[in-house]
Design a protein around this ligand. Sequence first.
Ligand SMILES: Nc1ncnc2c1ncn2[C@@H]1O[C@H](COP(=O)(O)OP(=O)(O)OP(=O)(O)O)[C@@H](O)[C@H]1O
Ligand SMILES: [Mg+2]
Length: 215
Amino acid sequence: MLQVRDLGKRYGDAVVFQGVNLDVSPGEFIAIVGESGVGKSTLLNCLAGLDVADQGSVALRGVDLGGLEEAAQARLRRQHLGFVFQAFHVLPHLDVAQNVALPLLLLGQPDAARVAQALDDVGLAGLGTRLPQQLSGGQLQRVAIARALIHRPALLLADEPTGNLDPDTADRVMGLLAAQTRAHRTACVMVTHSQAAAAHADRVLRLTRDGLHDA
Ligand SMILES: Nc1ncnc2c1ncn2[C@@H]1O[C@H](COP(=O)(O)OP(=O)(O)OP(=O)(O)O)[C@@H](O)[C@H]1O
Ligand SMILES: [Mg+2]
């Protein structure tokens, strides 16, 4: 479902990482750990085609990202990828339900019933008309999770999804993320510094300059 071969990224002469290989099966949940600055966010962006590697290839559902035009890449992303970031990235002027509905609108497939169900699934039933500023951090991250999964992507990419939450809230949000991805057999690649978060994964890998290794 995701195949990464010999991926490398450098800035000038400075190698960020090289020799990254990864195979993710449908429904598999992978955690990537590694020290700050080793290139975890850069790697996730390369997997999404949001950043360009200098070497190697990324194939999503058998399609080589490097061989696609920008517009085709964007279409593939919209259809098959979901993102959750550390800093939530919900749109402040849209209410909760509008934020969650956005990926479906971009695909031309609005579905109010599915949005309501998704809010219910993440424990936010009844909060659809609130603005993001009226929510707590844990609630905002649950909005972000509902939005990332609303279009049933094949792959969820999550960069420190609980990094801004207190430990108890982080635990609940992680449990929810794991349950939601399992329920829809969504594969997940998550970057985290948290051992508790990594414990939810099927496999934990460590990123070093020389690639991904079993942690
Ligand atoms: N535009 C750039 N030019 C040069 N170096 C860069 C640039 N952008 C990022 N880097 C370097 O690339 C490396 C990888 O950054 P990245 O954000 O991927 O690290 P990370 O593993 O996600 O770190 P953290 O755990 O702190 O989020 C860092 O050492 C960073 O300084
Ligand atoms: Mg990072």
